[in-house]
Ligand binder design. Structure first.
Ligand code: CP3
Length: 344
């Protein structure tokens, strides 16, 4: 589908758009009362992810309310392990749970049936695209192999991913195999999202920041590069944002090494370093989500600092990580107006 004046697509192509287009990671979520209502009606979180009708509804909710420049498909990075039969559950107040995988489990992984399992998500992409205003971009996504693997190995979220780091040192061959399997399935999944109408896709490496230098190259860069090479060899027009949260100085060559079109920046990335990275290509970020909870001057000052340093180059305005459930929806209204220059 021809992109119709979708500003985020222009930025991903290296253009400077002023004011910068914006969307927020986790923009459909528990801070919105309309999300909580749909979520309650859906039953479980995964039921919501696999209902094309309800996933479409929650994807559109933040677009109706705020008119963001992009919608992001409502789903989760853990639908891939779920499709791999790792028994993914989301328990209230506990975050995700999976059956922890071991070497034998990795050797037994079976990619067959994955595309079929994910078909409702792809159907949602088509429905969302059909319902969106022409100028609103649609973003698809997947988790990066490292981040998805951390949940598969521990069987739940952990503060520092010690189980996956340890597993990777003890069982490097099995671990490499797991990353390759996840990369190849993720590439197929992203191609299907693009074919169904996604204008661009984001790869979330939320746990990149716990890796040492060599492990970052092997477990964060290499598998993301494998996904991007695979997607671009099949869909040369694909646009890809890579977000390696917490990667710090290792972001210096991340865009070049992965071949991403743009890189996402978390809020710990100094704006001076962000400006250097932006000279090489488009950047996305990086407001601290806690500024959206705080509101007022903390919110305004954070926005203004980003716009001042990064606003004259290719920028997609975003948070440095997902918006949290405590955020006041009115603070998001204030954020959108300020980024668009309607209240400065
Ligand atoms: O950005 C969006 O609005 C699109 C939807 C989206 C969700 N998860 C919905 C969700 C996206 C892009 C994700 C990505 C995701 N999921 C990541 C990478 C980004 C990040 O935040 O680091 C990760 C690590 C996950 C795994 C995951 N899913 C966790 C750890 C949790 C529990 C923590 C939490 O926030 O509840 C989830 C659940 C989840 N995914 C929710 C939502 C809206 C909340 C579940 C609910 O509504 O009950």
């Amino acid at each position: 589908m021809a992109a119709q004046n979708r500003k985020i697509v222009d930025v991903l192509d290296g253009k400077t758009v002023s004011p910068p287009p914006l969307w927020l990671m986790r923009q459909a979520g528990r801070y919105l009362p309309e999300y909580r209502a749909t979520r309650a009606a859906a039953g479980s979180f995964l039921d919501l992810c696999y209902s094309p009708e309800l996933a479409t509804e929650v994807t559109l909710q933040p677009i109706r309310r705020y008119g963001f420049d992009a919608a992001i498909l409502f789903s989760d990075i853990l639908v891939i392990p779920d499709a791999l039969k790792r028994n993914v559950r989301f328990e209230e107040g506990h975050g995700p749970r999976l059956d922890p995988i071991d070497v034998d489990g990795i050797l037994a992984l079976e990619g067959e049936g994955v595309a079929n399992h994910l078909q409702p998500v792809i159907e949602a992409v088509g429905r969302i695209r059909a319902a969106l205003p022409g100028e609103t971009a649609l973003l698809g996504f997947c988790g990066a192999p490292w981040t998805v693997a951390t949940y598969m190995i521990a069987g739940h979220g952990t503060p520092d991913q010690a189980p996956a780091r340890l597993f990777a040192y003890r069982e490097p061959e099995a671990f490499a195999r797991l990353l390759d399997i996840l990369a190849d399935l993720s590439a197929d999944y992203l191609v299907a999202q693009i074919d169904a109408g996604a204008d661009a896709v984001q790869i979330f490496d939320s746990w990149a920041g716990v890796l040492g230098e060599k492990e970052f190259a092997d477990y964060a860069v290499r598998p993301v590069r494998r996904i991007i090479d695979s997607v671009k060899s099949r869909r040369p027009q694909a646009r890809i944002i890579a977000f390696a949260k917490g990667a710090g100085l290792l972001l210096k060559s991340y865009r070049q090494d992965t071949r991403a079109d743009a890189i996402g920046l978390d809020w710990s990335v100094p704006l001076s370093f962000a400006a250097d990275l932006q000279k090489e290509g488009p950047v996305q970020g990086n407001l601290d989500p806690m500024r959206v909870v705080a509101g007022g001057k903390a919110l305004d000052d954070g926005i203004d600092a980003i716009l001042q340093v990064l606003g004259n180059g290719p920028l997609i305005f975003n948070l440095g990580h997902g918006i949290t459930p405590q955020a006041d929806p009115d603070n998001v209204t204030r954020l959108v107006a300020r980024v668009r220059g309607e209240s400065r």
